[in-house]
Design a protein around this ligand. Structure first.
Ligand code: HEC
Ligand code: HEC
Length: 321
C-alpha cells in the first residue's frame, strides 16, 4: 500500500514536471514557424481579374482588414474575436513596404491565403485558410492588392507584434496547424451547375461554413464538411458592440434552419442583410456585391446539405447555446 502511494506521488510529480516543461517550452517558442509554402506561379493581373478581385475583397477581406481611421486595409484591433487567444489585430495589408505587404511576393501572398503561413514562416492566427480557393480567385485578389484602389494605397500605420496568450501558444504548438497545400480548382464551377458553384462559394470562397458551424475550434479547414455541426450554426461570436451574436442554422431543417424560408427571403438576407426575423448584424459580413447567380447557387447547394436540428437564439434558444 505504502509502496503504491509512493509510486503514485512520483508519477504525479513527474506529470507536474512534464507540464511545467511543456509550459516553459511553449512560452519560449511562441507561435511556431514553418517552411514558407511554394505555390505555383500566380496568374498575371488583367482588367477582368482586377474587377473581380475588388468584389471579392469587399466580401472576403474588408470586414477584418479595413481600418476605420484610415479607410484603407491598414488593419485594426479585433476585439470581437475575444481575448482567449490574446489581444489580436488584423495586419496592415496595404502596399506600404514597411508596415504593409509591399515587399511580399505574389507567391507568398497566395501561400498565406491557402495555408495560413506568412512570408516569414510564422503561422497567422484568426484569419481563415482559403485552401480550396481557385487559381483565378487567388490571382484576382492579388491583382486587387497590387492595384491603384484607394483601399490598398500605401498606409504607414504600424500594427505591431501580436499580443498572443499562453493558450494561443499552447494551441499552435499542438492542435492548431497550418493547412497543407491541397488540390484546388483552376476556376470556380460555372453557374450552369448551381449546386457545384454553391458548394464552392460556401466552403472555398466566402467560407460560410467557417462561421456557421459549431465552433472555430472544431472547424476542419482541410475537410470543411467534417467540421462539427457543419452549417448547423450555433457558433457563439461577438458583434461590433461586443454583444453576443450566435451564427444561425443554414441547413434546411424546417423548424430551426432555413427549411421554411423561400429563396427570395434567403437572397434578401444575404444580399441586403434583412432576414424575415429582422436586420442581420456583424459579424455576418455584408454580401452586397454578391450576384443573383451566386445567391441562387448557394441556395441550391444548401438544399443538398444534411439537415441538422439545432435551435439558435432567433428560434427562442438561449444565447450562447
Ligand atoms: C476573420 C478576419 C480576417 C479575414 C476575413 C481576413 N483576414 Fe487577413 N488577417 C487577419 C488577422 C487577424 C491577421 C494577422 C494574424 C497574425 O498576425 O497572426 C491577418 C493577416 C493577413 C496577412 C498577413 C500580413 C502580415 O504582414 O502579416 C495578409 C496578407 C492578409 N491577412 C490578407 C488577407 C486577405 C487578402 C483577405 C481576404 C481574402 C483576408 N486577409 C481576410 C484577419 C482576417
Ligand atoms: C464572419 C462570420 C460569418 C460568415 C463568414 C458568414 N456568416 Fe452568416 N451569419 C453570421 C452571424 C453571426 C449571423 C447572425 C447575425 C445576427 O445575429 O444578426 C449570421 C446570419 C446569417 C443568416 C440569417 C439566418 C437566420 O436564420 O436569420 C443567413 C441566411 C446567413 N448568415 C447566411 C450566410 C451565408 C450564405 C454566408 C456565406 C456566403 C454567411 N452567412 C457567412 C456569421 C457569418
Amino acid at each position: 500500500m505504502k509502496k503504491t502511494l509512493r509510486l503514485l506521488s512520483w508519477a504525479a510529480g513527474l506529470l507536474v514536471l512534464a507540464a511545467a516543461g511543456f509550459a516553459a517550452y511553449v512560452s519560449l517558442r511562441g507561435v511556431p514557424r514553418y517552411p514558407v509554402p511554394t505555390v505555383g506561379q500566380v496568374l498575371p493581373s488583367t482588367p477582368a481579374r482586377l474587377a473581380h478581385g475588388e468584389q471579392l475583397a469587399t466580401m472576403m477581406c474588408m470586414h477584418c482588414h479595413r481600418d476605420p481611421a484610415t479607410n484603407t486595409f491598414s488593419g485594426r484591433a479585433l476585439p470581437e474575436v475575444g481575448t482567449a487567444l490574446g489581444q489580436l489585430h488584423s495586419a496592415n495589408i496595404t502596399q506600404d513596404p514597411v508596415y504593409g505587404i509591399g515587399k511580399w511576393t505574389d507567391v507568398q501572398l497566395v501561400g498565406l491565403l491557402r495555408t495560413g503561413i506568412g512570408a516569414d514562416g510564422r503561422m497567422r492566427l484568426v484569419m481563415p485558410h482559403f485552401a480550396y480557393l481557385s487559381d483565378e480567385d487567388a490571382a484576382s485578389l492579388v491583382a486587387f492588392l497590387r492595384s491603384g484602389d484607394a483601399l490598398v494605397r500605401a498606409t504607414p500605420t504600424a500594427q505591431g507584434p501580436q499580443q498572443v496568450s499562453f493558450l494561443a501558444k499552447a494551441l499552435t504548438n499542438t492542435v492548431m496547424k497550418p493547412t497543407p497545400l491541397l488540390a484546388h480548382p483552376a476556376d470556380a464551377p460555372p453557374a450552369t451547375d448551381p449546386v457545384a458553384l454553391g458548394h464552392y462559394l460556401v466552403v472555398a470562397r466566402y467560407q460560410c461554413y467557417y462561421c456557421h458551424s459549431r465552433d472555430f475550434s472544431t472547424i476542419n479547414q482541410a475537410h470543411p464538411e467534417q467540421s462539427e455541426n457543419y452549417l448547423g450554426g450555433g457558433n457563439a461570436m461577438l458583434g461590433d458592440k461586443l454583444e453576443p451574436r450566435v451564427s444561425r442554422n443554414l441547413t434546411m431543417d424546417p423548424e430551426t434552419g432555413l427549411g421554411d424560408w423561400s429563396e427570395a427571403q434567403f437572397s434578401r438576407a444575404i444580399q441586403a442583410g434583412m432576414s424575415p426575423h429582422g436586420p442581420l448584424y456583424e459579424p455576418m459580413p455584408k454580401f452586397t456585391a454578391l450576384t443573383n447567380e451566386e445567391a441562387h447557387a448557394i441556395w441550391a447547394y444548401l438544399q443538398t446539405v444534411p439537415k441538422i436540428r439545432n435551435a439558435t437564439p432567433e428560434d427562442g434558444a438561449l444565447a450562447g447555446r
